[in-house]
Design a protein around this ligand. Structure first.
Ligand code: ARG
Ligand code: ZN
Length: 852
């Protein structure tokens, strides 16, 4: 395999200040003519090399004269040039309707659209397809007017007109130089929901959300979120939009969430379409977050882009941090932080502990698509968050102003960003930079010893080895720390931000009036694993008294984890501490129901497994179910009270969302208790629901139960939504996630269901992706789960390598399991690697999973 290395970066030999593209669009065959003005970058005599993807140029000309001294080397078109500036023209023909990879120009639902990040543009035309080549684009499109009445591209529309034979044309111009990965066009039969936004300097921006006509009624939430995001970025970061139009197009076939193409964002329709009957609260929140994320990229990504793909977190980590801040401001800051940390622990911690671990700024890759990971995105966001806490809010804002100002219009690096933080903050971030270079989640052990009025906090850190990095240096861990009085329950100290930057350190607290209880890593100030020797009693105490809601949640999680691990590993099941703490939380009338719902939820099976030396999925399941049953039984009255609370006609407000969330958690506990009426209660909620959150919540409870009502509910749900692809995804997903003995067999049967297709990434993820997240079913001792995943992945790889490769990581966690399971996983990985014609995407993931 060809390995691309960060240290091998060299500036481009040729720049392309201007590009004119002319598309004769049709699904079967599209002609692309490209005119590139190229200028030599520095003194050299090397030819022009343009990236391609297997196409043959139909013609090549230099300065208006057809040439034939070009050659194809690998996938590159090599054109010898004599002077320092030339105009190169090429023509190719591509077949959008045969593009199943969904990279480049492809067809979705009868429309044509593009996806170019990271390296899709080379599938459209020959070009130096790297992010440090910035060009001003002019685009002309011609297409059949009946099939493709709407023609959109980046920037602002210029002109359009009619042609003979039912065709029409449009031209667009984007004045902002941009890399090829931000190029986009859409041709289709689309309806638009229009809005407008007036920026802080008075520019009136025309907004448009483009979807198929029948989905138009589901676009108001996305449009509203877009306006909120535009206003938020002005207020919080001083960032203003810079074109006269901002368009978003929703397509059903999309490899990931969405794409920030300049002025023309293209979205997976699941992150645009919503109404109360078809989208859950989770969907609504995700739509607002992704709309904001892509919009925020206009500054963190587009105005300032990445020099090379090793810098991907420069735009993604920062933009995730920005969208997290936006979402936090829309509702409860504490609940948002809890959700983000739960996501980090579910996706990024396992990645950091497995064979695919990589630093936030990787050193090498085979296929860049494999590096759009939780580490780059979510751990990357935590790095920004740590720098923001070290600087404090005002200084952080000054530092981002400096960054936006200094690097506007350029392709920058993570180092450039950190240097701005350092300069504006007047701090030394030399050691902090290790966060970009060292993979692995740091482990911190914290012990608090108190004698009289004095307490000593001893901290030790250890960064575990990861593939290619055996020895790690201590990192800077910003830990928010506070002490509480064990008797009074009040604060004994102010909160302190401890910059813990050595292998071992001690911190002394004096003048303490009573025995202190340690609250540490408050707000999850550092993305680390804290091991403390706090007793169950102290954790229960913090879960009731800590004044940081995140720390309260965290104390409860730790208490639950300790209980569950003890029970799964040693078969010791003392549930009393957890039951008392949960009861206390449920009875605390002052708490936000959304917070309560998070706090009383048990850690996931996979997170419990992460705490064990050898993951035992059966023991974890049994331990978790036993605790759920006890919590359900002992707190039956409280759960029923929660279930009756806040019932009101649907509204999408933080308050109503909180009640819905708590009700669905309560329903789950009532079902876990084995109560005779549990299935009836769930079915009644399923039928009475005036929104998808309650309906899907009830269905989720039913499918994991034994009542035949689950069959009825699944049928009703299917028939009601059989023409709605996004809701059918939910129908597949709830079944794949069900906690049942027969889930493996059900999922195998669903792969043959007439509505199942691997051609649509959402559908593939809804069934196969969800199944591999189902610990009990996926890790079935006979290896049937592993085989199912490998079969589907191999089949999907022939169509869509990028999406196939994203499904692989669960198989790579093999070293965490017993020898039998580990051997079965290895066998499937070996079968995958031995598959003829395997993509480099899947090869990289599978071979690294075998080595690591
Ligand atoms: N830049 C897009 C976003 O985060 C995602 C692009 C993903 N590309 C990929 N090759 N996986 O908003
Ligand atoms: Zn992004």
């Amino acid at each position: 395999p060809i390995v691309i290395r960060r240290e091998a970066y060299a500036a481009p030999d040729w720049l392309v200040p201007e590009v004119a593209l002319d598309f004769a669009l049709a699904a079967a065959a599209t002609r692309v003519r490209a005119r590139l003005s190229v200028t030599r970058n520095g003194a050299h005599d090397r030819p022009l090399r343009l990236d391609g993807a297997g196409q043959r140029p139909l013609s090549v000309s230099v300065d208006g004269v057809a040439v034939n001294d070009w050659r194809i080397e690998g996938e590159e078109l090599v054109v010898p040039l004599t002077g320092a500036a030339h105009v190169i023209e090429t023509e190719v023909e591509i077949a959008p309707e045969r593009n199943t990879q969904l990279m480049g120009l492809y067809a979705s639902g009868g429309n044509l659209c593009t996806q170019c990040e990271a390296e899709g543009f080379r599938r459209i035309t020959f070009f130096p397809d790297r992010p440090d080549v910035l060009s001003v684009y002019s685009v002309r499109m011609t297409a059949d007017k009946a099939l493709y009445p709407v023609l959109l591209a980046n920037g602002d529309p210029v002109e359009s007109g009619e042609l003979a034979d039912g065709r029409h044309w449009a031209t667009w111009h984007d004045p902002f130089p941009k890399p090829s990965y931000l190029f986009a066009l859409v041709a289709g039969n689309l309806a638009v929901n229009r809005g407008s936004f007036t920026t802080m300097s008075g520019r009136v921006v025309e907004l448009g959300i483009w979807v198929r006509e029948s989905d138009l009624a589901k676009t108001d939430h996305a449009l509203h979120a877009l306006k909120l995001a535009m206003e938020w970025d002005e207020r919080v970061y001083g960032r203003e939009y810079d074109l006269d139009v901002f368009n978003i197009v929703a397509v059903d076939d999309f490899n990931f969430g969405a794409m920030e193409n300049k002025g023309l964002n293209i979205f997976n329709s699941r992150y645009i379409l919503a109404d109360p009957d078809t989208a859950t609260d989770y969907d609504y929140d995700a739509i607002a977050a992704v709309v904001a994320h892509e919009y925020f990229h206009n500054w963190s990504g587009n105005r300032i882009t990445c020099r090379d793909w090793f810098q991907l977190s420069l735009k993604e980590g920062f933009t995730v941090y920005r969208d997290q801040g936006f979402s936090a401001d829309q509702g409860s800051r504490a609940v948002k932080r809890i959700e983000d940390v739960r996501g980090l622990r579910a996706a990024q911690f396992p990645e950091d502990a497995g064979p695919l671990a990589h630093p936030v700024r990787p050193e090498s890759y085979q296929e860049i698509s494999n590096f759009y990971t939780a580490t780059i995105y979510n751990k990357g966001a935590e790095l920004i968050r740590m720098m923001a806490s070290i600087l404090g809010p005002e200084t952080f804002r000054a530092a981002t102003d400096l960054y936006f100002d200094r690097f506007d219009g350029t392709a920058a690096t993570c180092e450039d960003y950190v240097a701005c933080m350092e300069e504006a903050g007047d701090v030394d971030l030399t050691q902090f930079r290790l966060w970009y270079a060292q993979a692995g989640t740091p482990r911190v052990s914290a012990t608090l010893d108190s004698v009289g009025s004095r307490a000593t906090l001893t901290l030790e850190q250890h960064v575990p080895p990861t593939p290619g990095q055996s020895d790690k240096a201590p990192m800077v861990l910003p830990l928010r720390v506070k002490l509480f009085g064990a008797e009074s329950g009040t604060a004994l100290t102010e909160e302190r931000l401890v910059l813990f930057d050595r292998a071992r350190d001690t911190i002394i607290f004096e003048g303490l009036a009573e025995r202190p209880v340690l609250s540490i890593n408050r707000g999850f100030s550092a993305p680390v694993i804290v091991e403390s020797d706090r007793s169950a009693a102290d954790l229960a105490f913090l879960s009731a008294h800590d004044d940081d809601p995140f720390a309260r949640y965290e104390a409860m999680q730790q208490l639950m984890l300790d209980t569950l691990v003890a029970s799964a590993v040693h078969g010791r099941a003392d549930h009393e501490g957890v039951i008392a703490a949960v009861a206390n939380t449920l009875d605390d009338a002052g708490l936000d129901p959304a917070f309560v719902a998070e706090a009383v939820l048990l850690p996931s099976e996979s997170f419990i497994g992460d705490q064990m030396a050898v993951v035992d999925p059966d023991a974890i399941f049994r331990a978790r179910e036993a605790l759920r049953r006890d919590l359900g039984r002992r707190l039956d009255a409280q759960w029923r009270r929660a279930l009756a609370q806040g019932v009101a006609p649907y509204a999408y407000t933080p308050e109503a969302k909180g009640f819905r969330r708590l009700r669905s958690v309560a329903l789950g506990y009532i079902a876990a208790s084995g109560a005779a009426d549990a299935a009836e209660l769930a079915f009644a909620q399923f039928e009475a629901a005036d929104n998808m959150t309650d309906r899907q919540g009830a269905l989720t409870t039913l499918v994991s139960g034994t009542s035949d009502l689950r069959i009825a509910a699944l049928d009703i749900f299917y028939n009601r939504y059989s023409d709605n692809a996004l809701v059918l995804d939910k129908w597949f997903q709830v079944q794949a996630l069900a906690s049942r003995d027969d889930t493996g067999a059900v999922v195998a049967a669903l792969t043959r269901h007439p509505d199942f297709t691997l051609a649509n990434p959402n559908r593939a993820r809804a069934l196969v992706g969800a199944f591999s997240a189902n610990q009990r079913a996926f890790h079935a001792a006979d290896g049937s789960g592993y085989r199912l995943l490998a079969d589907q992945l191999i089949a999907l790889d022939r169509l869509n390598p990028q999406t196939a490769a994203k499904l692989l990581p669960p198989l790579g966690r093999r070293r965490r399991f017993d020898a039998a399971r580990s051997g079965l996983m290895r066998a499937e990985l070996e079968r995958i690697v031995a598959t003829p014609g395997l993509s480099k995407d899947v090869f990289e993931q599978a071979s690294k999973s075998l080595e690591g």
